[in-house]
Write a protein that binds this ligand. Structure first.
Ligand code: GAR
Length: 194
């Protein structure tokens, strides 16, 4: 029945700055038969982001936006989002901070993945700080984006044990694997409430 009336998929834009492993993973999930979302736009502030290769590979529209003037840049991003009928923004390793104004315009429609057990370790170098503080666990969190850094409502979280010999590198590699499970799960959770 659903097939005959066309299955509605939520159009998503993914914002990246680097490797794009979360992007790649979300693209793969979007291609699954019963996926509720479609990634139709990739935005990067970094022209050298490795993740941009996935735009080419999967034939997804990409925009590289120079962030030298935030106001002008965000205006351009908003035009692209509107043009592409984007309903949800997923930040995936996007290392720029969106302005309050931008977040207000897209209120409740921006989510982010962060490599820590929020509210602990907001910001950068999360794993190193967790190791230095002799935490037993690190992890990852998918949360809504609000005007305070890494502080929006939590959607899902996964604890990951810190091992005795963990370095920031080994821990981040292990947590990243869990991010790839957590992000699609969190998306599924919020999309089923749309
Ligand atoms: C991920 O670990 C993500 O949680 C983190 O950047 C990495 C991006 O990896 N995000 C942040 O630190 C945001 N504050 P990816 O480019 O391979 O998806």
């Amino acid at each position: 029945m659903l097939k005959s009336i066309g299955f509605y998929k939520v159009k998503i834009a993914i914002f990246i700055s680097g490797n794009g492993s979360n992007l790649k993973n979300l693209i793969n999930h979007s291609l699954k038969k019963n996926s509720r979302f479609k990634i139709t736009l990739i935005i990067s502030n970094n022209p050298k982001a490795k993740g941009l290769n996935f735009a080419r590979k999967f034939k997804i529209k990409k925009k590289i936006i120079n962030y030298s003037n935030v106001k002008y840049t965000e205006k351009r991003i908003l035009i692209e989002l509107k043009k592409n009928k984007i309903k949800l923004i997923c930040l995936a390793g996007f290392m720029k901070i969106l302005s309050k104004n931008f977040i207000r315009i897209f209120k409740g429609k921006i989510i982010n993945i962060h490599p820590s057990l929020l509210p602990k370790y907001k910001g950068l170098n999360t794993h190193q700080r967790a190791i230095d503080n002799k935490e037993k666990y690190s992890g990852c969190t998918v949360h809504y984006v609000n005007s305070k850094l890494d502080s929006g409502r939590i959607i899902l979280q996964k604890k990951v044990k810190i091992l005795k010999n963990d370095t920031s590198k080994s821990l981040s590699k292990r947590v990243l694997k869990h991010e790839h499970v957590l992000y699609p799960k969190a998306l599924k959770k919020i999309l089923s409430n749309l």
